[in-house]
Design a protein around this ligand. Structure first.
Ligand SMILES: Cc1cc2nc3c(=O)[nH]c(=O)nc-3n(C[C@H](O)[C@H](O)[C@H](O)COP(=O)(O)OP(=O)(O)OC[C@H]3O[C@@H](n4cnc5c(N)ncnc54)[C@H](O)[C@@H]3O)c2cc1C
Length: 387
């Protein structure tokens, strides 16, 4: 039998940000992180588009992403190990939601709200859009909601930065699968591994991403999270674009951004829930390319370079994370259900859970709106800007 103070299930960006923040904030207990996929090959983090934006519509998501963006700016030096910076390729090239007549009023309202919280977002005119992206077709556009501070980064490098720093600060990473979380008399007591070994701990944090709900269901504590497949396609254009792209979201929901000299694109297609990592060229040819070619003259000639699929941990109640101690089981914490915005929330969530465990309350940001109890209390966090 093994013992520790905190067990984290899942070493993706969320689990590793929590491990790092706890130790960096001075937590002196023993932290063990369990990970079933030693290369994180199938983690949502490794397959993410890495978009970082403050363009949200709820107070809590705006505050979380503002905090996280500041942390990503100093991430390379904050996570440096023996002078070697943890580069994450954070490109602050902006984030842009294009507006047609039907969504203009909504985006303009969002802009006012974001500015109220200090987000430097702007509603750009078609002329300003053309200056930003000369190849853009603007004939059907009224403008676009834009934030120049936002952008995109390399998710895998962020996760590795957190993992390496958490290890350096003393976290143990054990590359084994957790079969189930154990409890006795309404208290969590540890985990049982797939090997049958038992690890004891008074605190277990479920950061299992798309697998979080299945793990919680074994405890008879269901979470409203379903895994949904999301495909990303990388392609090349015959001619390079004039400018580096912001992460741009077409009114149809199709998004695109630069990845090196190439472009990556994706879209939240309608799929059946379930773990599925297959991707298809036909997804690009049938669903994405007709929209892309109409929106950007240079995308008419597109050559697929590669593609992949990853999983959203989709919160079917309100598409937002479920954070904090579960009301029915002492010591059982969740940090899951991030849907399509976990990368831009990871720094704030790590900080928040660290405070909740060390101090018994949130201090930097009040994450209580994301508590599990909100479902029963009918106090959902209805976010108007989801991708
Ligand atoms: C295609 C795609 C595009 C995205 N684009 C964006 C974006 O632009 N911006 C943004 O902010 N977010 C985006 N996201 C969402 C974001 O990537 C996720 O919200 C985030 O990575 C979730 O991190 P996580 O640590 O919760 O989950 P994960 O990265 O999935 O980590 C969970 C880990 O738990 C491990 N695990 C699970 N069960 C067990 C077990 N029983 N025992 C041991 N280990 C276990 C898994 O192996 C996995 O490594 C995107 C996601 C996808 C799929």
């Amino acid at each position: 039998m093994y013992k520790s103070d905190i067990i984290i299930v899942g070493s993706g960006v969320i689990g590793s940000s929590i491990a790092y923040n706890l130790l960096n904030d001075g937590y002196t207990g023993e932290i063990v992180v369990f990970e079933k996929d030693s290369l994180n090959e199938f983690s949502s983090t490794s397959r993410s588009a890495g978009g970082i934006r403050q363009l949200f519509t709820t107070t809590i998501n705006i505050q979380i992403s503002r905090y996280s963006l500041q942390k990503y700016k100093t991430f390379p030096t904050d996570m440096a190990i023996r002078g070697e910076k943890a580069e994450i390729d954070f490109k602050q090239r902006g984030y842009l939601f294009l507006a047609k007549a039907e969504n203009t009023e909504t985006l303009q309202r969002q802009c006012a709200l974001q500015r109220h919280f200090g987000v430097p977002s702007d509603f750009l005119s078609p002329y300003e859009l053309k200056t930003l992206i000369p190849e853009l077709t603007i004939s059907d556009l009224i403008g676009g909601l834009y934030c120049s501070e936002d952008g995109y980064l390399d998710p895998y490098s962020v996760m590795q930065g957190y993992i390496k720093k958490a290890k350096q600060l003393g976290a143990s990473y054990v590359y084994k699968e957790v079969d189930s979380i154990l409890k006795e008399n309404h208290r969590v007591t540890g985990v049982r591994l797939a090997t049958g070994d038992i690890y004891k701990a008074p605190i277990v944090i479920n950061c299992a991403g798309p697998w979080a709900a299945a793990l919680s269901a074994k405890l008879d504590l269901p979470l409203p999270i379903i895994p949904l497949k999301r495909q990303i396609i990388q392609f090349d254009t015959a001619e390079p674009l004039s400018n580096e792209l912001p992460l741009t979201v077409d009114p149809t929901g199709v998004y695109f951004r630069h990845e090196g000299k190439q472009i990556i694109t994706g879209y939240s297609e309608k799929v059946e829930p379930g773990i599925d990592f297959s991707w298809k060229r036909s997804f690009f040819l049938d669903q994405l390319w007709p929209i892309l070619a109409e929106r950007m003259s240079h995308f008419e000639q597109a050559k697929i370079i590669s593609g992949w699929a990853g999983m959203y941990s989709f919160n079917s109640m309100d598409q937002n994370a479920i954070i904090g101690e579960h009301p029915q089981l002492k010591g059982y914490f969740t940090a899951c259900g991030f849907s399509g915005h976990g990368m831009q929330q990871a720094p704030a969530i790590g900080k928040g859970i660290s405070e909740l465990i060390r101090l018994g309350q949130y201090e930097t940001l009040d994450l209580r709106p994301l508590r599990f109890e909100r479902f029963k209390e009918k106090d959902l966090v209805i976010e108007g800007a989801v991708v």
